[in-house]
Design a protein around this ligand. Structure first.
Ligand SMILES: Cc1cc2nc3c(=O)[nH]c(=O)nc-3n(C[C@H](O)[C@H](O)[C@H](O)COP(=O)(O)OP(=O)(O)OC[C@H]3O[C@@H](n4cnc5c(N)ncnc54)[C@H](O)[C@@H]3O)c2cc1C
Length: 395
């Protein structure tokens, strides 16, 4: 690791996709920064998470020198499939929008990001514990932290909190100056990773009386499957046999016939929630990515929102340094949140349409859910609206 500076222009807290992309894009614009990460590099690189990269997110990665491995090893998906009442519908992104998505694991992207940050010469300070932020309402904030028992302080012009949903940076915004919005869903996803060929070339989202299921993949030999489970379930309650038989029961018979099962190599339980904290700015402190908003994974938007926040923020910071204009910084929160809320809506809509809600049997909401799916299956306009959101709204 390079030397820890005592002064830089921007201190970024959190070295996940938002923080490391921000450090790289700032470097591209000639703006110096330092990146603080709580965990070790190795830990960050091992986390298995998102996989769907929106059309424009992929373009941004390409334009900024991060597209090579994604284009070589990622998979272009020109559509997704929906299963409902024994039928399958393909939402054809390419025909409906002229765009596509790229399947490229977040773990791989994170590796590319750390590599480019190192090549840029940005100090990536991992195992930085007990981060504290002072003076965000003054001219020169200071970020203190401890590394391997030694105290450090970096003074800067701006502090950016990219420390994810469990981060601490937003807590430095006074409680009276921020507002949170939350929707907790009464179920979770049980996810299984296996060394088996995927059931299909594209993702399959299934709505079934027994609950939601998703068939996804990492590559030609590795599959990622999810089934909806009760909110309080644990991994121990899902031995492989139970998982595979539940998944099979939720897919149309003809599709399930093609399922190749095998031993799980990883199993997780993920709660689902929509959560937003705004505004994204207080004084000289800014937030980006999961530090300010979390969406259920149904719409594959979390990573993509982190990318779009960072793009807006880099524009705003570059305007400040290149032209001395603070207009971009003043507008950042509103500009980013306008896009975030549309993704919050889309993720909520997909989640609500495709899952079984406890207590929902033959009642009004269940009928509405069925009507929503029937409408989507029968209307090209509805399919286009879904495709437009899935491939990503313009930045
Ligand atoms: C199981 C799972 C599946 C997902 N699937 C999808 C998907 O299919 N599609 C999709 O788009 N999104 C998905 N997401 C969401 C996506 O992974 C996140 O939206 C994305 O990681 C956000 O990036 P980020 O950099 O904002 O936050 P994070 O990736 O959470 O990074 C934050 C970083 O900050 C560090 N940090 C935390 N606290 C501190 C501190 N106090 N000091 C310093 N550093 C700190 C953390 O260690 C971490 O490295 C999934 C998430 C999970 C958990």
């Amino acid at each position: 690791m390079s030397e820890i500076p005592t002064r830089t222009r921007i201190v970024i807290i959190g070295g996940g996709p938002a923080g490391s992309l921000l450090a790289h894009l700032l470097h591209v614009r000639g703006i110096e920064s330092a990146l603080l990460e709580l965990r070790s590099r190795e830990h960050v690189l091992e986390r298995v998470r998102a996989g769907v990269i929106e059309h424009e997110s992929a373009e941004i990665l390409r334009r900024t020198g991060l597209g090579k491995r994604m284009d070589e090893e990622g998979f272009v998906h020109e559509g997704v499939n929906l299963a409902h009442s024994g039928e399958m519908l393909r939402i054809d992104f390419q025909r409906l929008t002229g765009k596509h998505v790229t399947i490229y694991g977040q773990t791989e992207l994170q590796k590319d990001l750390f590599d480019v940050v190192d090549a840029d010469g940005v100090p990536l300070i991992d195992e930085a514990e007990g981060v504290r932020v002072d003076g965000i309402e003054d001219h020169s904030p200071a970020v203190g932290f401890t590394r391997h028992g030694r105290e450090h302080t970096i003074t800067c012009d701006f502090v950016i909190g990219c420390d994810g949903a469990h981060g601490v940076t937003r807590e430095f915004i006074p409680a009276g100056a921020r507002r949170t919005y939350e929707r907790q869903y009464p179920f979770c996803w049980v996810g299984l990773l296996s060394e088996t060929p995927p059931i299909d070339d594209e993702l399959i989202y299934a709505s079934h009386e027994r609950g939601f299921a998703l068939c996804s993949m990492r590559n030609e030999h590795r599959s990622r499957y999810y089934v909806q489970g009760p909110a309080d379930t644990t991994v121990e309650e899902w031995p492989d046999d139970r998982f595979w038989s539940e998944l099979t029961a939720r897919l149309p018979e003809a599709v399930a016939d093609g399922l190749v099962t095998g031993p799980s190599i990883e199993k997780i339980v993920t709660p689902l929630r929509s959560w937003v904290s705004e505004p994204l700015r207080h004084g000289r402190l800014f937030l980006a990515g999961d530090a300010a908003h979390v969406v259920p994974p149904t719409g594959a938007k979390g990573l993509n929102l982190a990318i779009s926040d960072v793009v807006y923020l880099v524009d705003a910071l570059a305007g400040n340094y290149d032209r001395g204009s603070t207009a971009g910084l003043d507008e950042y929160s509103e500009r980013a949140m306008a896009r975030v809320w549309k993704a919050v809506r889309f993720s909520w809509w997909m989640t609500t349409m495709l899952h079984r809600f406890p207590g929902m049997s033959d009642d009004f909401e269940r009928r509405l859910q069925k009507a929503e799916l029937d409408y989507l299956f029968g209307s090209e306009n509805a399919q286009r609206a879904m495709a437009e959101n899935y491939v990503g709204l313009p930045h």
